[in-house]
Design a protein around this ligand. Structure first.
Ligand code: NDP
Length: 418
């Protein structure tokens, strides 16, 4: 791991070179997946069926549609919230306030889309626009990241993220300089984390299901499963929206190209890959196999939800009766670390549950192609890397107590394996 000059924060992602490479590779991979998913052979490895020209990528009408989507989600964000939550304490000892109305935004979006479809909106035409839409989202993320970078030049040092202040403009542009960029109470990072991309993902899935019904008379069982599983995942994330306030994305990472592109473009256009694949490559799926896949998803969801809820409950109130009986390790910061329950099984049980669900989302697509397993493979790499980043931060935060935790709970994600 490289260390920037004059700073103690280690450079991540391979430093400026790695950041520059990722800024090219991530969008290129997204477009590759979009093009390959609709091609006959659907080969994950190998060249795309064609290179899209400007006429395929660029459409002012689609850009307007994308901007209208962002505008709609921003308007829903500004509606009165059932709760306003406080984030963690910042360097200047203040706490920011966040509206908890993401689930409400999902429900209102569903109602509005339902009304629009019954009034004749051809949602089934959306899959044909995925490539120019992804281009519009990438362009927006790029311009947005530039504006965020410029905005961060005028903020006090206490408002900067620990990792985005290396002094190297490429690296800082990628990682994000300002921790919580806002205009008045509108928090750009918090808004982008769970709304336009995540709700957009399930909307794209729904459009693919509708188009499949138009093409083949009814949606396939595999398409229903993928839609249902992923809707559960998105609904869960928005229902537990407050939990995002303690994640690394909000508390540690600045808001730069990495998160802007990830939230706005990568999530909706690559996470919907299984549904895209199924539209163009229908897969037979019998009831026994479908039931087994549902069980795998349910197991993953159970581990994911219970582990996340246990930690969130404990962090909010360690005396809560649901967690008060768990064994803990004290740390010099005054906080404790759970060493029994889910967090005594492995050091990231929530990642294990997430990965089991990722596998269940790919299985309905059969085993004839590697492409629908891209999400599972990419997500494994992402979570292994994220786990290492988190461990590094926890070691800095908790020192000896973290080392003791690692000794007591030796496995990171998968018991007895990793
Ligand atoms: P986690 O929810 O795993 O939180 C990690 C933090 O938890 C640590 O920094 C530490 O923070 C605290 N912690 C760690 N061990 C313990 C312990 N033993 N006892 C108490 N606290 C502990 O972080 P993520 O933000 O990575 O993940 C959140 C969820 O989002 C996960 O379920 C993950 O799978 C999912 N995710 C999904 C993605 C997707 O694209 N679908 C991408 C990334 C994440 P502290 O001590 O400061 O509280």
């Amino acid at each position: 791991m490289a260390y920037p000059q004059g700073s103690r924060a280690p450079l991540e992602f391979g430093g400026p070179l790695g950041a520059a490479a990722l800024m090219v590779l991530l969008p290129a991979t997204m477009f590759h997946l979009l093009l390959v998913a609709r091609s006959g052979p659907a080969r994950l490895l190998g060249p795309p069926p064609y290179l899209p020209g400007p006429d395929v990528l660029w459409s002012p009408r689609v850009l307007l549609l994308w901007l209208a989507w962002l505008g709609l989600q921003a308007a829903l964000y500004l509606l009165p919230a059932r709760k306003v939550a406080e984030g963690l304490e910042l360097k200047d000892k203040s706490r920011l306030r966040y509206p908890i109305n993401g689930f409400q935004a999902l429900v209102l979006t569903a109602l509005l889309v339902g009304l629009a479809v019954s009034a004749g909106l051809p949602l089934g035409a959306l899959p044909e626009m995925l490539v120019p839409l992804a281009f519009a989202a990438t362009l927006t993320a790029l311009i947005f990241s530039f504006l965020l970078y410029l905005k961060a030049l005028g903020v006090p040092p206490s408002a900067l993220a620990p990792g985005g202040t290396s002094g190297n403009p490429i690296y800082d542009f990628f990682l994000g300089r300002e921790l919580n960029p806002r205009i008045c109470s509108f928090d750009f990072k918090y808004f982008c984390e769970l709304r336009p991309g995540l709700i957009g993902w399930v909307l794209i899935n729904l459009a693919l299901l509708i188009q499949e019904a138009e093409l083949r008379g009814s949606p396939s069982l595999a398409m229903w499963l993928v839609n249902g599983f992923q809707l559960l995942y998105v609904g869960d994330a928005l229902w537990h929206e407050e939990a995002v306030l303690t994640t690394m994305d909000i508390t540690h990472d600045g808001f730069g190209f990495m998160l802007a592109f990830g939230d706005l473009a990568w999530v909706p256009f690559t996470y919907s890959l299984q549904a895209q694949f199924l539209l163009h490559h229908p897969q037979p799926l019998g009831l026994p196999m479908a039931s087994a896949i549902c069980l795998i998803n349910a197991l993953g969801y159970y581990i994911f939800r219970r582990a996340n809820s246990q930690k969130n409950t404990f962090r909010k109130n360690p005396s809560d009766p649901r967690v008060a009986g768990l064994e803990t390790i004290p740390t010099a910061t005054g906080r404790q670390l759970l060493v029994s329950g889910w967090w005594g099984m492995v050091r990231h049980p929530n990642y294990l549950g997430d990965l089991i669900m990722a596998l269940a989302w790919s299985l309905p697509c059969g085993v004839s192609h590697l492409l629908p397993y891209f999400y599972f493979l990419y997500f494994t790499a992402l979570l292994v890397h994220r786990e290492a980043r988190d461990e590094q931060q926890c070691l800095q935060k908790y020192g000896l107590a973290w080392q003791e935790y690692c000794r007591r709970v030796p496995y990171r994600i998968l018991p007895y394996v990793y």
